[in-house]
Design a protein around this ligand. Sequence first.
Ligand SMILES: [Zn+2]
Length: 247
Amino acid sequence: MLTPGERDRYDRQMMIREIGQEGQEKLKRSRVVIAGAGGLGSPIAIYLTAAGIGMIRVIDHDQVALSNLNRQILHWEEDVGRKKVDSAKTKLRNLNSGVEIEAIAETITEGNVSQLVDGCDGIVDAMDNLPTRYILNRCAIEKNVPFFHGAVIGFEGRVMTIIPGETACLRCMYRGPVPQEKFPVIGVTPAVIGCIQATEVIKYLLGIGKLVTNRLLIYDGLEVAFTEFKVNKNPNCDHCGSLVRKE
Ligand SMILES: [Zn+2]
């Protein structure tokens, strides 16, 4: 299934015992949605494209602004004013032409989310606001696809992976709306968090390792410390509470 060029390109990662040729073929057959082409979406998209995920759908309604460039490394000075998904598609295609990139310039809403993520094997949270994260969390649960949560502020970030029907979801952990506002961030923070999210996606698709489930991983860049706390599945959760555990 892999071409000679792909065998060459992915040689180093196929040397990893847990990946091999079979794993690489799994990645090639996989379809992943990245919700957001900003600070988190940039490293996530770059590393998943480099790793050889078969299809990546990037969703973002926004246009590139100068104030994005301190962290949104997919976008460069020449892209200011351009749609983020178009900028992303150009860079990702130049990085790896073997990956199919779908660029969707839409705002994610309750009305369109189901269609936007249709047919994917996983949804990566690269958003900057909790209301849209809730929309994605609920949709992922309804569609029974994993949701890879990540968030950043300043030098701090957090990660949790949600497997519908099995693990605690975002809504089990956070309740109530949080106001959408401009928040501080330096680019190295979403780089760290986005790379952990991309690692989670790859592990999930390959069925290897231990996912960040039922626990919230917190990264403190100033102290260079990772801590985590347990997140319990809430049986009364309004997003996942009605799901019966899969046998
Ligand atoms: Zn829940």
